[in-house]
Design a binder for this molecule. Sequence first.
Ligand code: FAD
Ligand code: SIN
Length: 537
Amino acid sequence: MEIRTDYLVIGSGIAGLSFALRAAKSGEVAIITKKERMETSTNYAQGGIASVFDPEDSFELHVQDTLKSGDGLCNEQIVRMVIEEGPDRIRELMDIGVNFSRQADNENELDLGREGGHSKRRILHTKDRTGSEVERALLEAVEANSNIRIYEDHMAIDLITQSKMIKRGIITSVSRESCWGAYVLDVKEDQVVTFLSKVTIFASGGAGKIYLYTSNPDIASGDGIAMGYRAGVKVSDMEFVQFHPTCLFHPEAKNFLISEAVRGEGALLLDKKGNRFMEKYHPLKELAFRDVVARSIDLELKKSGDECVYLDISHKDKEFIKDRFPHIYENCLKYQIDITNEPIPVVPAAHYMCGGLLTDANGMTNINNLYAIGEVACTGLHGANRLASNSLLEALVFAKRAAERSVKDLVENHNFPLPEAPMWDSGSARDIEELVVITHNWDEIRRLMWNYVGIVRTNKRLKRAKVRIENIQAEIKEYYWDFTVSRDLLELRNLAMAAELIVACASMRKESRGLHYNLDYLEHDESFGTMDTVVRL
Ligand code: FAD
Ligand code: SIN
């Protein structure tokens, strides 16, 4: 089966939906999403969106906080651009109906929250469920647009590139590599659909599922990064995996985050004996940059042998806590933890991928007609450590820029015609007999990444991880060619590829900086300090 469209958007989170709404003004948009449309990291975002709305705040302060957090690796031009364009993008969200929280005593004023590394209150939020409010409003706008169609349970397998067409004898030469859509698994029908598009957008999110413990939903398996890399897109800065300091520690609570906004409202980090410990590590204490807090907790746990530390907000007014953090309050209660009365057991977990597909200021990759926006991209905004709540902001700004740029390209190139593309060839593949081999490999990758390529790394651990991932990759290659594709197999293949890229970038950076902390090189080394770790097939 073949579907032709002007724009193919891979992903239905904040980046993909925002892009689609703009591009739909000039053409037909197909959004594919590998599960239900709401199943995105966006939908789980708690803290909010950082932007300058307080008269006491300034772009310059937000810029300086972002640069400091990025530990010398941010692209300052991109930082300024994102921060300065931010307020307009957020007003557009309000225009389509996003309800941000207002001050209790003044409905006309936004209630701005605070998070680690921010020198001012600048986080627009909808209590502690900002992401689901943003996702709801964007989806409603998209669903009302007759130029946009969403395909749920459609999982992109690989891009259709000009090089692939040459290999299959459809065209003979290629000047610059171009992308013409993607092969997509329709999971329910169990068939591969050829989506041919003039412009293709990766908005496929992050890769937290590479790690055993993560705040991310299951969709975050690094698909976009792996697909892009296989097609020849430059991948950068993958060593900078952000660990969120405070995920709920409970045997039955899967991936539940306790927002940094809780610390922003005064919560304290305590060890098992009830002692505050962050003052030993950073003058900003609980509100230090995220890499510092996660590393400090890791060190405390290693020293004490305890399983978790505690986050305590119970000294604040009970009604305030329930009103400001209703989602966290309700969720913790399910596990018999009353946060108004007692500290919350927490541990760090993989949360955000600062690296990804390298793009320019308009979200363009090094392949024609191919863009990457949102968490899948590496734009230069985050450097070595993303500042809290800068991610939703980045997605909004880049979605607009990528839409404007790609619309312009289409018009200038006279709406270039789509080529004929080869249909998916499944060869002599048969159904996989033992699904358990996929689960075993998946578990092994997640465990080894947690143990060897986690918050603290060493050269020896990185080498071990490399060897083990290479072995797993070889096995996966066999499954891929011998068996018919399934969502699980495709995710495993992508997860292993993204893990390999993290290890490759981490091995290149022979210093400690931001989120990359290697015990063999404890300090910054300025000869690596301005270097992006770029890899390309
Ligand atoms: P996502 O929202 O993750 O969407 C990715 C989409 O791609 C999904 O629809 C998925 O199904 C689809 N997809 C993936 N692979 C494929 C494939 N192969 N084929 C088809 N579809 C595919 N950031 C902030 O700035 N502020 C916050 O308060 C905040 N809180 C967070 C809380 C949590 C629990 C988490 C997990 C993250 C949080 N973040 C926050 C980070 C932020 O939410 C994400 O970086 C952001 O939402 C990413 O948006 P996105 O559109 O790039 O991707
Ligand atoms: C949080 O609410 O702590 C998440 C904020 C972020 O990841 O930016």
